[in-house]
Design a protein around this ligand. Sequence first.
Ligand SMILES: Cc1ncc(COP(=O)(O)O)c(C=O)c1O
Length: 395
Amino acid sequence: MKKMNFKPETYLVHDGKKSHSKGAVVPPIYQNSLFTKESWDEVDKTFDDRINNLIYSRGHNPSVRVVEEKIAKLSGGEKAHLFPSGMAAISAAILSCIKTGDHIVAIKNIYGPANNLLQNYLKPKFGIEITYISGNNVEEFEKSIRKNTALFYLESPSSVVMSLQDIKGVSQLAKSKGIKTIIDNTWASPIFQKPIAMGIDLEVHSCSKYIGGHSDVIAGVVIGKKKDLDLIFVREFELLGAKTAPFEAWLILRSLRTLSIRMERHQKNAMVVAEFLESHPKIEKVNYPGLKSFPQYELGKEQMTGYSGLMSFQLRTDDLEKIKAFFNGLQLFQIGVSWGGHESLIYAPAISYLKELSEDQFKGMGISLGDMRISVGLEDPQDLVNDLQQALNLV
Ligand SMILES: Cc1ncc(COP(=O)(O)O)c(C=O)c1O
């Protein structure tokens, strides 16, 4: 019988009939640290392909591998490696592309700890040079290239102001100059954006967001070509030892089964919420790539097939008491720093910045006290709108 090819909605649910041992409908958790062999010769043979064979669970484990294979297939990569956090995936990916003295061009609004890794760790410790750009056009990347530029680091859409980069254009430029590219694709998820098909070398995700989707697991993934992932395996993965536990992988496998329907629902709910906020007199502006008013709407439509649930907006007031009344007055949206789970969340970036910066520095960043970031979850969309409306009545 010829093996059928399944669409993502199907292979994320299962791999066809009896794909797991003893017909288990859900694969077991391989909670073992090593794999024993029958003989000297079997050990010898296993070591012929140390990168792929089952030897020791810091390298491979079947519970982890089944997830890596599904994510690689979904993203159009040849291989994927899971990591125990998004930051572990990001640091492994970046380290795999650079050496002492190299230059990185990065988007200025990337995820905070990824920026800290560049600025406060790689720069002082390894002499890495960094240029930050808005990333709004390819020319900006081109102008930033130096002799020692080794990497373009993208996050599109970014998780702070949802700004986009022209993924195809930047990848083409990078390839022509022998520069590696990494994109943090967490916002769109591998359902709505396929950066590898657009020429990106390494795609990273925080699986703690949409891929995990239930706010019960911290993990990350790097996806790319076999040659690049095999190098990461023997260096940044095995040597630094950041290995995902089998149970965490099993939770992600559970989550992958519903990823495409969750993303559809996040998109549907987020559109309802974004349109409500945009039309509300107490809202100054909404940053959501799915809105026609979003400055990069056309670029988003070209490179994404849908929009997730993360957006930011600005309350039309600078009165901190009123802003707090709104923030604390929400009944359904919970207050928290993460996003991409089943539950709706709100966070105010000013809370973090005001702790770290002086008032003048804060003003210089272009962030206002009334900026809010929300992660729209899977609840009934009208309930979400009603919650925002009743809290806005307090402003
Ligand atoms: C865009 C983005 N990338 C990466 C990460 C890091 O992921 P993790 O928290 O799984 O380390 C986050 C976490 O919030 C994020 O928002």
